[in-house]
Design a binder for this molecule. Structure first.
Ligand SMILES: [Zn+2]
Length: 344
């Protein structure tokens, strides 16, 4: 089992051992970066208890039970009341709890607690996945703690988190941790090519996603190229053309209300370009360059800028990116940033 999932061989190995030995703990914590497949692994593990094919310790992925266990229909609308529950997949023994905005609601965990005590309807166990488990507030965490302390036999709970340090220590200590890592670039390229992307697009998306298959699959490359050409213009204006007025015009543009959704992405792209130019100025290996499909333009920037200037750009961009997480005024931040680039 797990053959269909990309990368993370160590996690596959330890989960197979647990399943093979009939020693799957009742509470597990899957942690690692976003988009590397933690949720898909959890569903595959659930299938080990639901699959109706005759291969013990394995899942077929094709029987009706396997198919239904992976089919979740989560609410699209933002109605808080909708999130006060466990969402069951097409299989009545496989359920999930997901956050409403930034919080997992305590009512959802209380329902999970009730459901965890029922006997399986069809499968060999009850199986629950708590997505973004670090979004449980104290009330939700304490409600879950009761279930983790005395897990009903035949019930399995998998917590998924990219920020496990934000979980209560008492919760972490009751779960067996399985760590997930970024997926290798070559595996992602192959996967994207199989999904119909051209080779250059697959390679670019794989480099941009930093090991997150989810990001690679959802990235809009034409939008990315559009933003990248605008941000490359910023670096060229600042470093090659020394045109401060042009840099400030771009700042106006990225602050324009109609571009508001692209703001964070623009800053992110600007950072990756500056970092690439800095790496090139330091003669880094080609594989280290994210935007190596435009290496000609980047070389020109790298040749004209001192590496110290580039590293101070990167630090300034990083400051803005971090402060975005606390809702600062974007206009003030980007004006300050781009002025600093232009006058460096
Ligand atoms: Zn099956």
């Amino acid at each position: 089992m797990f053959e269909r999932l990309l990368g993370n061989d160590a996690a596959k190995h330890s989960l197979r051992r647990l399943i093979g030995g009939g020693r799957v703990p009742n509470s597990l914590l899957f942690c690692g970066p976003d988009g590397v497949g933690k949720r898909e692994f959890a569903i595959e593990l659930a299938r080990a208890f639901m699959c109706t094919s005759q291969r013990p310790g394995d899942v077929c992925g094709e029987c009706p039970a396997c198919v239904r266990a992976g089919r979740f229909d989560l609410p699209k609308a933002d109605k808080k009341d909708d999130f006060k529950q466990v969402f069951f997949s097409g299989h009545p023994d496989v359920g999930t709890v997901v956050p409403y905005n930034r919080n997992i609601l305590v009512d959802a965990i209380r329902e999970l607690e009730r459901e965890a005590n029922f006997l399986p309807y069809e499968g060999k166990a009850r199986f629950f996945i708590i997505d973004d488990a670090d979004k449980m507030n104290d009330a939700a965490s304490n409600a879950l703690l009761k279930t983790l302390e005395e897990p009903p036999a035949g019930t399995y709970i998998v917590l998924i988190s990219s920020r496990p340090d934000s979980l209560l220590q008492t919760i972490r200590s009751r779960c067996q941790t399985v760590r997930f890592a970024p997926v290798e670039e070559s595996l992602i390229v192959r996967h994207l090519a199989e999904n119909g992307l051209s080779k250059p697009d697959a390679e670019l998306a794989a480099r941009l996603c930093r090991g997150s298959v989810g990001t690679a699959l959802s990235i809009d490359l034409s939008k990315f190229r559009e933003l990248r050409s605008s941000m490359l213009g910023v670096l060229q204006d600042a470093i090659i053309r020394k045109d401060i007025a042009a840099v400030l015009r771009t700042s106006e543009q990225i602050n324009d209300a109609k571009n508001k959704d692209d703001f964070e992405m623009s800053i992110h792209v600007l950072e990756s370009l500056a970092r690439d130019a800095w790496l090139m100025a330091k003669n880094a290996a080609a594989e280290a360059i994210t935007n190596r499909d435009i290496s000609g333009e980047l070389t020109e920037i790298a040749n004209r800028a001192a590496s110290l200037q580039l590293s101070s750009f990167i630090a300034a961009i990083e400051d803005v990116r971090l402060s975005l997480q606390v809702n600062i005024n974007r206009k003030i931040a980007s004006d300050a940033l781009l002025t600093r680039l232009a006058s460096a």
